[in-house]
Write a protein that binds this ligand. Structure first.
Ligand SMILES: [Cu+2]
Length: 112
């Protein structure tokens, strides 16, 4: 009966994978990230593939955001105070979102 725990583990993994399948077809969730005091108020966030991050400029300054990676890149227009921008993350991985105007601004996005 030594192999029983291994079998139970395999069964658990199969059930878990089965439960995860419906989420693959769900609509992308929207996550809000506030830009204020020349910072992203949330320094890191984990989202699911296909989710959207809504960047909201609650600052007194113009912000601009970009990401450069082999699998996903974007480079936004300048957004004034009160404006927002939606970015959809369609690739899994780890992405750094930065601002050309304020080089110290950094948001790390993990897409599962
Ligand atoms: Cu900025």
């Amino acid at each position: 009966m030594k192999s029983f725990p291994a079998l139970a583990t395999a069964l658990t993994l199969t059930l878990t994978a089965g439960l995860l399948l419906p989420s693959a077809s769900r609509a992308g969730e929207v996550h809000e990230i506030v830009q204020k005091e020349r910072r992203f108020q949330t320094p890191e966030i984990t989202i699911a593939k296909g989710d959207i991050i809504r960047f909201e400029n609650h600052d007194e300054f113009i912000h601009q955001i970009f990401t450069e990676s082999p699998t996903m890149s974007f480079d936004s227009d300048e957004k004034r105070p009160g404006e927002s921008l939606d970015v959809e993350f369609d690739e899994q991985g780890l992405f750094e979102v930065r601002c050309h105007i304020h080089p110290k601004m950094l948001l790390t996005v993990k897409v599962d």
